[in-house]
Ligand binder design. Structure first.
Ligand code: SF4
Ligand code: MG
Length: 332
């Protein structure tokens, strides 16, 4: 089947006072219909930028974008603003880490959900209100007919996140982008929100991109995983492949720093030392080499000088010069 979203060789550069920020560097991935792709990495890995690009939310004056973003066959790079505005909310919707930045404190929850619906469908106020109640019901808000007239501050953090999901889904988008949707929530509520996303996906067939720094979050929610580092994919595969047979030293480090995964993954390794590189000055060779403990084994010369490509082209792949046998030996 053709993927619903297909990103090819995406590059995003920002021009800043300090220099050019190479936020995304030749990134390719697919999202199949009705599946969830988890995009994982530390902050500054390019995961959020990639998705803002899919949504067309960059300032064209300061951003240089190249490559392809095909959404249901439609090329989004270079698409006119009006096209992107029509797509946003309708075909692609986004939920953010902090609902308070996306919800206005001055309008009721119901009004805000209803306005999104009206904007894309031209429905009457009354109809939009009914739709808001229906959506609040669907995301599990108790007494939706009463709560529809509440203001965001009258909702708990978990309920606000549910309201934001309701707002994102009000026009039945085909793709939902969720950027760290549970980071601000406590563990129990976090699990409830992730379950809700899974249930909604089962009901509607929406594709989801779940952006997170926490591999534990993708473990139970995503079908496929893309691990990003310095604006590139360093590992890609199914959740099972990436969590149980991780191949890239960066993925090993991420797994080792995820206590939430507990004993479900057998990781004898150390969390990643050091900090992510500046995207203005990305190290030559393998961008991970200054933090990597396996350079000697792979061949320090090549690690320092040549960019490893993601291979193989399809299926479980990673970008590292260690041989498969070495990777298996290290991560037994
Ligand atoms: Fe480490 Fe070299 Fe593999 Fe990069 S290519 S992750 S530096 S071993
Ligand atoms: Mg982010």
């Amino acid at each position: 089947s053709t993927p619903f979203l297909s990103v090819r060789d995406l590059t995003v550069d920002f021009h800043t006072e300090d220099g050019v920020v190479h936020a995304v560097n030749g990134l390719s991935f697919d999202v199949e219909k009705g599946t969830t792709l988890g995009i994982v990495g530390e902050s500054g890995s390019g995961k959020s930028v990639t998705n803002l690009t899919v949504l067309g939310l960059h300032n064209p004056e300061t951003t240089k974008i190249s490559g392809e973003i095909l959404l249901d066959g439609q090329q989004l790079i270079g698409a006119p603003r009006s096209t992107m505005e029509k797509l946003r909310g309708n075909k692609v919707a986004m939920i953010f880490q902090d609902p308070l930045t996306a919800l206005s404190p001055y309008h009721t929850i119901g009004r805000q959900i209803g306005e999104v619906y009206r904007k894309h469908t031209g429905a009457s106020r009354e109809k939009a209100r009914q739709r808001a109640i229906e959506m609040l019901t669907r995301v599990g808000i108790p007494q939706p007919k009463l709560r529809v007239d509440d203001y965001p501050h009258q909702f708990s953090g978990g309920m606000r996140q549910r309201a934001m999901i309701a707002m994102a889904l009000v026009c039945d988008p085909d793709l939902l982008i969720a950027d760290e949707p549970t980071t601000a929530l406590d563990v129990t509520v976090q699990a409830q929100i992730l379950d809700l996303l899974k249930d909604l996906q089962d009901q509607t067939g929406t594709s989801i991109i779940l952006i997170t720094h926490d591999l534990g979050v993708v473990a139970n929610t995503a079908h496929n995983v893309l691990v990003m580092y310095a604006g590139r994919a360093v590992e890609r595969g199914t959740v099972r492949e990436v969590l149980h047979e991780p191949r890239h030293p960066y993925t090993w480090g991420l797994l080792a720093s995820m206590p939430s995964l507990g004993s479900s993954v057998d990781v004898p390794l150390q969390p990643v030392r050091g900090t992510p590189p500046s995207l203005i000055n990305i190290p030559a060779g393998c961008p991970f080499h200054p933090r990597c403990d396996y350079m000697q084994l792979a061949g320090p010369e090549i690690c320092r000088t040549e960019r490893p490509e993601l291979s193989p082209h399809r299926g479980h792949g990673d970008a590292c010069y260690l041989t498969l046998a070495q990777k298996r030996e290290i991560h037994k």
